[in-house]
Design a protein around this ligand. Structure first.
Ligand code: FES
Length: 107
């Protein structure tokens, strides 16, 4: 199972295994990791599952769909390069080792 590292804004790290087919958001939710609210339940309609992807991973992830781009405008302090909505990131074996950092707060 792919391992994903979630880093809280304060620096606490959570390394968890997430089943393929789930989303990065669901991996956080199912492991009770704080910092990802996911208010809309994964419908790409709230932006509260926002994270900053580690720089080493930016190019390895599938590109953002237009809906994710639009919704990121409503996220807290989005970064033009590193920001992603975790409900739009499907976990695959290729994501093993992914590192994401939560923002200071969700909206
Ligand atoms: Fe609402 Fe991702 S959970 S946009």
């Amino acid at each position: 199972m792919p391992k994903i590292t979630y880093v809280e804004h304060g620096g606490s790290e959570h390394v968890v295994e997430v089943s393929t087919g789930l989303t990065v958001m669901e991996g956080a939710r199912d492991n009770n990791i704080p910092g990802i609210d996911a208010d809309c339940g994964g419908a790409c309609a709230c932006s509260t599952c926002h994270v900053y992807v580690h720089r080493d991973w930016v190019e390895k992830l599938p590109a953002r769909e237009p809906m994710e781009e639009d919704m990121l405008d409503f996220a807290y302090e989005p970064d033009p390069v590193r920001s992603r909505l975790t409900c739009q990131l499907k976990v695959t074996d290729a994501l093993d080792g992914l590192v994401v950092q939560m923002p200071e707060k969700q909206i």
